[in-house]
Design a protein around this ligand. Structure first.
Ligand code: NAP
Ligand code: GDD
Length: 337
């Protein structure tokens, strides 16, 4: 049985990856932060008491700021694969917390690399890089596109990217950078643009919200489904040699397009409800991201399975169900708004 360690297991991607690895018969270990409220809602469906004989999911307290604990967990578990998904992952927030973001997203990766190197275990590492690293480099962006980061988050991820590349070369470590474009879904954090929109659609139809305040509607993103993207992470660690891969759909849409499709799914016209508020604009934003995922298709055989329309619809329908409505009921209610 293979053993994997996932940092950030309580996040969107960590939870999808844990689902995937458990379905492949891995023993899965995850690092969770101590919090005064429960932060495990995304993995509650797979959690079993570790005393159970068939338990294959185990959680360990830890933090990317705490190198000694990372080292202890790695020494104890001796994982075959480590997926580093933990991060302060909100680009907008990184402008308010640049130092913290650098500590966790950049130096945290060095702590992990050092923990693996010093434990002297045969471990493959996946590092969660991001299309944000391309910043204002023109689309389409591939593995050869120059990094021009436009936020503290992106700058921290660029540092992490190069540290992973350096440890691969310097210490012959199997360490791969995934350069993932935006991926969303029903488990997406509620302050990211897509989820904020789909939740607002549901709450507006439910009569709990009147308007949706957004920032830059012109920004263009290459949006895919998170469940498809964690398969690419796993595939990268099954390859014969460690390499870096761009993962995206190759198709892009604006935030405005996303709003239009989400509201239209319940029969509403988005521009009756969407307003802008300057607090949601970033000091510098990334205007246009579109992946050229041909290397991943050619070398890993990875292709996205969910279309943009399917993604928007599944998110809207999930948020409607959280408000106790079917799509048909929502459309009927929306007709009277
Ligand atoms: P997410 O939902 O925000 O999850 C982030 C995870 O990191 C959570 O489990 C969080 O724990 C954990 N975390 C945050 N700070 C930590 C710390 N100091 N120590 C330990 N754990 C910490 O993000 P995601 O969308 O799943 O993204 C996963 C990774 O991929 C991130 O590194 C992100 O930067 C990167 N990425 C994401 C996308 C995307 O579109 N989703 C695209 C490219 C790259 P809590 O649950 O306790 O907050
Ligand atoms: N969050 C948010 N909230 N974004 C908004 C809003 C709003 O009210 N209004 C407009 N936007 C715009 C942002 O300015 C940005 O241009 C775009 O919508 C997408 O914002 P997010 O959904 O916050 O995602 P992101 O692209 O900044 O970052 C996500 O994708 C990266 C990969 O490219 C995150 O998941 C990062 O962790 C990830 O690396």
């Amino acid at each position: 049985m293979k053993r994997a360690l996932i940092t950030g297991i309580t996040g969107q991607d960590g939870s999808h990856l844990a689902d995937l690895l458990l379905s492949k018969d891995y023993e899965v270990h995850g690092i969770r932060r101590r919090a005064s409220t429960f932060n495990t809602s995304r993995i509650d469906h797979i959690y079993v008491d570790p005393h159970e004989e068939d338990a294959r999911l185990f959680l360990h307290y830890g933090d990317m700021s705490d190198g000694s604990q990372l080292a202890r967990v790695i020494r104890e578990i001796e994982p075959d694969e480590v997926y580093n998904l933990a991060a302060q992952s909100h680009v907008g927030v990184s402008f308010f917390q640049p130092e913290y973001t650098g500590d966790i997203d950049a130096l945290g990766v060095v702590r992990l690399l050092e923990a693996i190197r010093k434990a002297e275990v045969e471990t493959k590492l996946y590092q969660a890089g991001t299309s944000e690293m391309f910043g204002d480099s023109p689309p389409p962006q591939s593995e050869d596109t120059r990094f021009r980061p436009r936020s503290p988050y992106a700058a921290a991820k660029v540092y992490a990217y190069w540290m992973v590349a350096n440890y691969r070369e310097a210490y012959d470590m199997f360490a791969a950078n995934g350069i993932l474009f935006n991926h969303e879904g029903e488990r997406r954090g509620e302050t990211f643009a897509t989820r904020k929109i789909t939740q607002a659609v549901a709450k507006i139809v439910a009569g709990k919200q009147d308007a949706l305040y957004m920032g830059n509607l012109d920004a263009v993103r290459d949006w895919g489904y998170a469940g498809d993207y964690v398969k690419a992470m796993w595939m990268m660690l099954q390859a014969d040699e460690a390499d870096d891969f761009v993962i995206g759909t190759g198709e892009s849409h604006s935030v405005r397009d996303f709003c239009a499709m989400a509201f239209d799914h319940v029969g509403l016209d988005w521009d009756r409800f969407v307003l802008t508020d300057p607090i949601y604009f970033r000091p510098t934003d990334v205007e246009y991201l579109q992946a050229d995922p041909s290397k991943a298709r050619g070398k890993l055989g990875w292709v996205p399975e969910t279309t943009f329309e399917e993604l928007v619809h599944l998110m809207v329908e999930y948020d409607l169900s959280a408000e106790g409505m079917t799509l048909d009921e929502a459309r009927t209610k929306a007709a009277s708004l």
